[in-house]
Write a protein that binds this ligand. Structure first.
Ligand code: HEC
Length: 151
């Protein structure tokens, strides 16, 4: 009994150490999108303000950033009123849990939480896993952006 509880404690500590927080994962995004989420005009789109705009475009908009991380994004878009036409590399090598965590961080950081539509559901690792199976190209992800009707 005692041995089992010690084992359970180690397991819990180990799992906590494995699951990186969204903020930790975001370190890998900040070089382009900046720690402030403001991006760099003309090069890297802002995530501050823009993520709630995606969420407001319905379920396809809420799940769009998951596809960007899994498969990348290539093609002209518009964010916070400015055009961008570059390429975002895929982060598909991140785990489903890390992709969910970093996206929930960007959906709720920099005041984005106050702009989210009512009843916004955080991204779950299960949703990431299901979308991973779609194996889209970065261009196909761009076609999905166009269908959101944000421009
Ligand atoms: C090497 C630079 C770079 C890195 C690193 C990067 N991105 Fe991007 N990201 C871009 C570019 C460039 C675009 C726009 C691509 C285009 O113009 O089609 C973009 C687009 C996006 C979009 C879509 C924005 C919109 O307005 O539709 C999201 C969401 C996003 N990135 C999130 C992230 C997250 C989260 C990370 C970290 C895991 C990350 N990015 C890392 C360069 C980067």
């Amino acid at each position: 009994m005692r041995k089992q509880s010690i084992f359970a404690l180690f397991l819990a500590v180990g799992l906590l150490a494995l699951a990186a927080s969204g903020e930790q994962v975001y370190v890998q995004c900040a070089g382009c999108h900046q720690a402030s989420g403001a991006g760099v005009a003309g090069a890297f789109p802002p995530l501050a303000g823009e993520l709630p705009r995606l969420a407001a475009a319905g379920e396809a908009g809420r799940l769009f950033p998951v596809k960007v991380l899994l498969f990348g994004l290539r093609g002209p878009i518009e964010a916070q009123g400015k055009p961008y036409n570059a390429s975002m590399p895929s982060f598909g090598w991140l785990s489903d849990a890390d992709i969910a965590a970093v996206l929930n961080y960007v959906f709720t950081n920099w005041g984005n939480d106050k702009l989210l539509p009512k009843g916004f559901k955080p991204i779950s690792a299960e949703e990431v896993k299901a979308l991973r199976a779609k194996a889209l190209t970065a261009q196909q992800v761009h076609e999905q952006w166009q269908k959101l009707g944000l421009k």
